[in-house]
Design a protein around this ligand. Structure first.
Ligand code: ATP
Ligand code: MG
Length: 390
């Protein structure tokens, strides 16, 4: 018996994309992630299923399963035992491999799929044989063909038989890379990691941009961003993080721009710098965690001013969501606990007491001119630092 992972075509979120392109990208993503964190795996395709098996017997199989389940594009996977095509071996393998699961279950059924028509037992006969055998081993079990606790599946294929229990749910979405590339403006807050995750779910490869203002913001705040991104990377794969030093620019805005326009000016400059970096990185859009009305800089008038400064389309997947709805996703993807750690973000230093909630684009452009930050912006783009987050 060898343990393997089955990825079935029916379990892929295939929509609007060529099947083989989708599969190739997904398999490449899975292989890369496994290689980076667990070890080398062999991929073979047969009868609309990809079989993933470890090359080295001693790999951490549980970890591999956990990694694959989180990869975007995987709707579900089956963890299976592969054995010889012999009815007695199949029975024993089903008992040995699924025994623990069955001992906790109340009901089960057996589903058989026979693609090798030369196998001496047809599907109903396989069900009878295996079902009868398992009932003789587990006296507490009852058969329920409609809604069983465990669906024991036996697949008799060309070279082997596969035996598995219930399918495990995957992350869904589209494989990273099928949707192009975008740059997410990431803070240490709750919203931006959720926004990153939501766009990555649609197959977008992420670059991340973080603005840090030392000494007003600490190194710990930057580490928090690394941790948040590594949670998102569990789904999206490697993310290139670009950290921009923002201190001098923030001080220039504080010293020279009208106080009530401080935040808008800062956000416009963030958009300008991010657009430059994003284009250099081959990105076609920016992503933020903004949501209408959340704070003064997120009224539709303020957003109009920020958009005006961006050179790329800005995607804001949280735009119509309540904070509670955003929090629900952040809990699901395991970023919430990190996001609520109390470290300063550059957006919370020098904040004005009375920010303008209905700024005009003209006033925002004037305020930005007053800050005289053109040279500082160029410098910030030039000195940005890159780190790969896995
Ligand atoms: P979150 O940052 O998660 O949205 P928040 O609501 O406290 O939490 P805001 O100040 O509202 O953050 O910022 C709005 C958006 O601007 C963020 O979602 C993020 O996309 C971007 N942003 C804020 N601060 C930074 C930063 N330091 N670096 C990069 N992007 C940032
Ligand atoms: Mg926010």
């Amino acid at each position: 018996m060898k343990e393997i992972i089955l990825l079935k075509d029916g379990e892929l979120a295939l929509k609007g994309l060529n099947r083989s392109t989708f599969e190739d990208i997904l398999n490449k993503n899975i292989r890369k992630r496994l290689r980076h964190s667990v070890g080398e795996f062999k991929f073979t395709r047969a009868q609309s299923t990809t079989v993933i098996e470890p090359v080295d017997e001693n790999v951490d199989f549980d970890k591999a399963v956990d990694i694959i389940r989180h990869i975007f594009g995987v709707v579900g996977i089956s963890r299976a035992a592969r054995c010889e095509k012999d009815i007695e071996v199949i029975k024993q393998t089903a008992f040995g491999y699924l025994g623990e699961e069955l001992s906790f279950a109340k009901t089960f059924k057996v589903t058989a799929k026979r693609s090798d028509k030369k196998f001496p037992y047809n599907s109903p006969a396989i069900c009878n044989e295996v079902g009868g055998f398992l009932l003789s081993k587990f006296h507490h079990l009852k058969v329920d063909v409609h809604n069983p606790d465990v669906n024991v599946t036996v697949e008799v294929r060309d070279h082997h038989a596969f035996i598995h229990g219930n399918q495990l749910k995957g992350a869904g979405g589209m494989p990273t890379g099928t949707g192009g590339k975008a740059a997410v403006l990431i803070s240490g807050g709750i919203d931006s990691p959720v926004a990153a995750w939501m766009m990555a779910k649609r197959g977008i490869e992420l670059t991340a941009i973080h603005f840090a203002s030392p000494p007003y913001t600490s190194e710990r705040a930057e580490m928090k961003v690394h941790e948040l991104l590594s949670r998102v990377a569990k789904y999206s794969g490697r993310i290139n993080l670009c950290t921009v030093r923002f201190t001098d620019i923030q001080e220039a805005i504080r010293d020279k721009a009208p106080e009530d326009m401080f935040t808008i000016t800062m956000r416009r400059i963030m958009m300008k710098i991010s657009s430059e970096i994003a284009k250099n990185q081959g990105c076609s859009a920016l992503i933020t965690g903004e949501s209408v009305g959340q704070v003064a800089s997120q009224t539709i008038w303020a957003l109009q001013c920020t958009d005006d400064a961006a050179d790329l389309p800005v995607f804001r997947p949280c735009i119509g969501m309540d904070k509670n709805e955003i929090i629900e996703i952040s809990r699901k993807i395991d970023t919430f606990d990190i996001s609520i750690e109390p470290y300063e973000d550059c957006c919370t230093v020098f904040t004005p007491k009375h920010p303008k909630t209905k700024p005009t684009v003209e006033a925002a452009i004037e305020a930005e001119k007053a800050a005289e930050a053109e040279e500082l912006i160029k410098e910030a783009v030039k000195t940005a630092k890159f780190t790969a987050i896995h």
